[in-house]
Ligand binder design. Structure first.
Ligand SMILES: Cc1ncc(COP(=O)(O)O)c(C=O)c1O
Length: 376
């Protein structure tokens, strides 16, 4: 009987995702291993510094961790949420956004999303705010920033924190400033299929220095690595996690950063080309927010019939698929009271994704737009 390889990625000329493998990465990792530099160390520190330089952030406020989920977990921990506290979040995301909240017995209230962006609907958020609301968790769907300025207007004079799950949004901008500058906590992911990968990895960016200092302690058992003396004899006053990113993954990160600006630029060029050139009455485009620039991690479109479109476009060699499943449908989240979510219903029914990333060149993106326009 023919053996089926369940891990095999379907072979498309225009894949939805591609992993960049930096040159000579094996040699660099081998050298570090032979030197015994495996756990968190100078490469992790350099990655943190280089990342902050590229995205114009204060490096002291950047906390490198081993996944986007760890970054979110730390952000939630820093807010000192208590059992029963309410947090408003998006149902249209990877479960990583909401599962750490569930695990801490936080009451997640799913707000509806805007049917033409996939991002939180601010009117719905406003309706869900109560005296128990401690935070709002924002997801920038596909890399298109949510209107953070509008959200801040709603939370003004209320003791409500904003956490950005920016797993899709590396390099996105609001008011000409990179995502990472606008909220209390911003969480990035370097998981396999993101703009850049370290295998797995993540970055938490804190608004306050005090938070980032505590987060750096929490990422390694509650022990500070900047301790003068025997770090093992340092008292642990607050229990933490094993969330640090090791040197080997950090070496991959350092190498990825060398080309990340160029790669994000190609995502944006491709995305803007599709925005301007898809003209098909059967297809609706994602609405772009004024004063923002999407990172175009994926290119979501809204089609009349997902399966029909998928069959049509796959035949042209273009991979097209869904990513993430609306979280409010998962059994674990059923305990949270749900209001009607018409925007989420619509987005879930019509949204599908087509390739837009750095591996698609200027000529190929024209082909993709043309084929989409041929769909009837
Ligand atoms: C929106 C979103 N948030 C969080 C995550 C979790 O990141 P990680 O896989 O690095 O833990 C992902 C994907 O992986 C994601 O797509």
């Amino acid at each position: 009987m023919k053996k089926i390889n369940k891990f095999k990625i379907p072979n498309f000329k225009y894949p939805l995702f591609k992993i960049n493998c930096p040159k000579n990465i094996g040699m660099k990792i081998e050298k570090a291993m032979k030197n015994g530099e495996v756990t968190e160390g100078r490469f992790s520190e350099n990655f943190e510094k280089n990342f902050s330089k590229i995205f114009e952030l204060n490096h002291k406020k950047c906390v490198l961790v081993n996944s986007g989920t760890s970054a979110l977990t730390l952000a939630y921990r820093l807010m000192d949420l208590k059992k029963g506290d309410e947090v408003i979040s998006s149902p249209m995301t990877c479960p990583a956004t909401n599962e750490p909240l569930y695990n801490s017995n936080i009451n997640v209230r799913f707000a509806d999303i805007d049917r033409y962006t996939g991002n939180l609907c601010l009117k719905s958020v406003k309706r869900l705010i109560t005296k128990k609301t401690r935070a709002i968790i924002v997801v920038h769907w596909g890399g298109q920033p949510l209107d953070i300025v509008g959200l801040k207007r709603i939370t003004k004079n209320k003791n409500i924190k904003i956490v950005e799950d920016a797993a899709h949004a590396l390099g996105a901008k609001i008011n000409n400033k990179f995502i990472g500058h606008h909220s209390d906590y911003v969480c990035f992911s370097f998981q396999a299929i993101k703009h850049m990968t370290t295998g797995d990895g993540g970055m938490l960016v804190c608004k306050n220095l005090k938070d980032s200092i505590l987060a750096k302690k929490l990422r390694w058992f509650g022990i500070s690595r900047n301790y003068n003396g025997n770090k093992w004899k340092q008292d642990i006053k607050i229990s933490g996690y094993k969330f640090h990113l090791n040197n080997l993954a950090s070496i991959i990160g350092i190498e990825q950063l060398k080309t990340i600006k160029k790669k994000i630029k190609q995502h944006k060029l491709n995305g803007k080309y599709l925005d301007a050139n898809i003209k098909n009455p059967k297809i609706k485009l994602i609405r772009r927010l004024k004063n923002s620039e999407s990172a175009y991690w994926i290119y979501s479109i809204l089609v009349d019939n997902k399966n029909k479109f998928k069959k049509f476009i796959n035949k042209k060699g273009i991979r097209c698929d869904e990513v993430s499943f609306r979280n409010d449908k998962y059994t674990i989240f059923k305990k949270y009271k749900r209001s009607p979510l018409p925007g989420t219903d619509y987005f879930d029914k019509h949204m599908i994704n087509i390739p837009v990333g750095w591996w698609i060149n200027n000529k190929q993106i024209k082909y993709i737009a043309n084929k989409i326009n041929e769909y009837k």
